[in-house]
Design a protein around this ligand. Structure first.
Ligand SMILES: C[S@@+](CC[C@H](N)C(=O)[O-])C[C@H]1O[C@@H](n2cnc3c(N)ncnc32)[C@H](O)[C@@H]1O
Length: 197
């Protein structure tokens, strides 16, 4: 076996100095979602596409807010039930009531690994998401369609002990038409815990 074939490829999270490719001229779901929620981290292409969606589905904004409220209620309930590890896949651009804020209000030692495949989400998350109390918050640049890489990402492993009970959050991500449902059925991520989707 050659050295190059035995050397594992570094995860995306291990390459913080590699410039993140951000194409703001094409609408992206994370930034459209930010627009529905009334955020400011979106661009003209995102706003145009989001307005088209709102025109065809007028409940889109309300749906996004209700979804966010569901995420908060779920995390609060899980933390109250003793879950202190959260793998939040499809984090979205940080906004009000982020997973670690809700979880650490109930359990200050709660640990959260945020995962998203969108470089702009990662850039915002690294800047805005930090832990409170004794808990830990990490941000991983990984893709649900690559579960092996996601579940072994160093940033995920810093926060999550897969031998302990945990919750996997897949909130408002499985509707994307990219074969995500199959990836989400990977049983390793839900072992001994809860899945919210
Ligand atoms: C609608 S937002 C949901 C945000 C948050 N989970 C919530 O419920 O408020 C969907 C997020 O999923 C991310 N996403 C889409 N496909 C993904 C994939 N294959 N792997 C990881 N993240 C993905 C998008 O970048 C976006 O940030």
């Amino acid at each position: 076996m050659t050295a190059s074939s035995s050397t594992p490829k570094p995860s995306r999270s291990e390459q913080p100095d590699v410039p993140l490719e951000i194409n703001t001229s094409v609408a992206h779901p994370a930034r459209m979602y930010d627009y529905y929620l009334g955020g400011k981290d979106n661009f003209p292409a995102d706003r145009e596409a989001a307005e088209k969606m709102i025109a065809s589905a007028p409940g889109m904004r309300d749906g996004a807010r209700q979804n966010r409220a569901f995420l908060g209620r779920s995390v609060r309930w899980l933390a109250g039930a003793g879950i202190t590890q959260f793998l939040d896949i499809g984090t979205g651009i940080p906004t009000q009531g982020n997973t670690h804020e809700v979880a650490q209000e109930v359990a200050p030692d709660a640990r959260v690994a945020y995962v998203d495949n969108d470089p702009i989400v990662i850039a915002h998350a690294r800047a805005l998401l930090s832990g409170q109390g004794q808990g830990m918050v990490t941000v991983a640049h990984a893709d649900l369609r690559e579960p092996d890489a996601l579940l072994t990402d160093p940033q995920v492993l810093r926060a999550i002990d897969f031998d302990q009970p945990m919750a996997v959050l897949l909130v408002a991500i499985l509707m994307f038409p990219q074969g995500l449902r199959g990836a989400a059925q990977d049983r390793r991520a839900a072992r001994g815990g809860h899945a919210v989707r």
